[in-house]
Design a protein around this ligand. Structure first.
Ligand SMILES: NC(=O)c1ccc[n+]([C@@H]2O[C@H](COP(=O)([O-])OP(=O)(O)OC[C@H]3O[C@@H](n4cnc5c(N)ncnc54)[C@H](OP(=O)(O)O)[C@@H]3O)[C@@H](O)[C@H]2O)c1
Length: 157
């Protein structure tokens, strides 16, 4: 996609590319390892490319959100730290041209600062693993219960 759009941007000496990485790309996230690694790629790719093209008037921004209440996360009730996409995007767009790498939304920037500057990475990785393990156990338990319920329904029919 970048290869597709960059030549025209270079011709016009202006353009903006927003690449959506994730806070999961800021440190390894066990049990989301492939996701986390691909998001780290997006972050490095964007920051490298930004340096290559910024003198030609082109902005390539790496965006690293924490949770946003979207279809993907299935968060139904937005909160301050898990905003609606509209709220997140409105805040994020204010950072374009100011930051080449951003969490895009003030509460997420605070979370980014705490998890990269304040807390040792070994603890962040450990807590991420614990959170995802709990989530996976919950999901597998609910799935088992659903399957048992469906099996019982089939027997009574
Ligand atoms: N939500 C978060 O908390 C969060 C946090 C960090 C990073 N991100 C990143 O933000 C990006 C957007 O995620 P989201 O939360 O907005 O998810 P989403 O609400 O599920 O939206 C994903 C979008 O991608 C489209 N899509 C999915 N597979 C596709 C494919 N193979 N080809 C073309 N389009 C495809 C979907 O189209 P349809 O609507 O047609 O299915 C949908 O419009 C992702 O890269 C995600 O990793 C999200």
């Amino acid at each position: 996609m970048s290869r597709l759009v960059l030549p025209k941007m270079v011709e016009r000496s202006k353009g903006v590319i927003l690449n959506i990485s994730s806070a999961s790309g800021m440190y390894p996230v066990p049990l989301l390892t492939v996701y986390s690694a691909t998001k780290a790629f997006v972050d490095f790719f964007s920051r490298g490319l930004h340096e290559e093209y910024r003198r030609q008037g082109i902005i390539i921004q790496s965006v690293l959100p924490f949770f946003v209440a979207t279809k993907m996360t299935r968060i139904r009730k937005p909160t301050l730290d898990k905003p609606t996409p509209e709220r997140y995007v409105a805040a994020e767009l204010n950072t374009v041209g100011l930051q080449s790498q951003t969490n895009g939304y003030f509460p997420h920037a605070v979370m980014g600062w705490v998890t990269t500057r304040l807390v040792p990475s070994s603890i962040v990785i450990f807590l991420g693993a614990r959170m995802n393990r709990l989530q996976r156990t919950g999901y597998l338990t609910r799935r088992k219960l659903r399957e048992q319920k469906n099996g019982a329904n089939l027997k009574t029919e």
